[in-house]
Design a protein around this ligand. Structure first.
Ligand SMILES: [Zn+2]
Length: 178
């Protein structure tokens, strides 16, 4: 007995398959265009956060905005050095977080900077920052640009519904097991 196959269904199936493969290849190609420092920093993130950040960077590229990751995971030494800046060390205050109090200490955040004409440029127009923020939020990241007390527009994070303190305790417990 011959099985009747509707040609329309076959065409539609092939069409969808080609579409999916096309999107996968395009994303792969855009990922390759990210700079090496960004790719290395992405590896420091928790896997579920990394996926979102990759999506974010690729989606920004599609919108014509090249982003570079300047910071992902920070250990205690690095965090305390940053905290000292503007307090006991020269420079402007850049963070209110001591070690264990930053998204960066638990691997759930990145700081990004737009690349304009091959150079890092924080002084892009407000509208560009807002576009970047919206793209980050569209992939499920939270944006430091929404903070009111300390607006941190380069900062994107995903705590997965937990607090930094909870994530920090979890991380310390795992470190003690190792
Ligand atoms: Zn940050």
């Amino acid at each position: 007995m011959a099985v009747q196959v509707d040609k329309k269904v076959v065409f539609m199936g092939v069409g969808i398959l080609v579409g999916v493969i096309g999107i996968a290849i395009a994303s792969r190609w855009l990922y390759k265009k990210l700079d090496i420092q960004t790719k290395l920093k992405l590896r420091q993130l928790r896997p579920e956060v990394r996926k979102k950040v990759e999506k974010f960077l690729i989606k920004a590229q599609k919108a014509g905005i090249q982003l570079k990751v300047t910071s992902a995971y920070r250990d205690c030494e690095e965090q305390n050095k940053l905290y000292a800046q503007g307090r006991t060390a020269p420079g402007a205050i850049v963070t209110n977080a001591k070690c264990g109090q930053s998204d960066h200490n638990v691997g759930v955040a990145v700081d990004i900077v737009p690349i304009v004409d091959g150079r890092a440029n924080y002084k892009v127009p407000e509208s560009v920052w807002n576009t970047i923020g919206a793209i980050g939020e569209s992939v499920g990241l939270s944006w430091g640009g929404r903070w009111t007390s300390f607006k941190d527009r380069p900062h994107f994070y995903d705590r997965g519904g937990k607090s930094i303190a909870q994530l920090w305790t979890e991380q310390q417990n795992l470190a003690n097991l190792a």
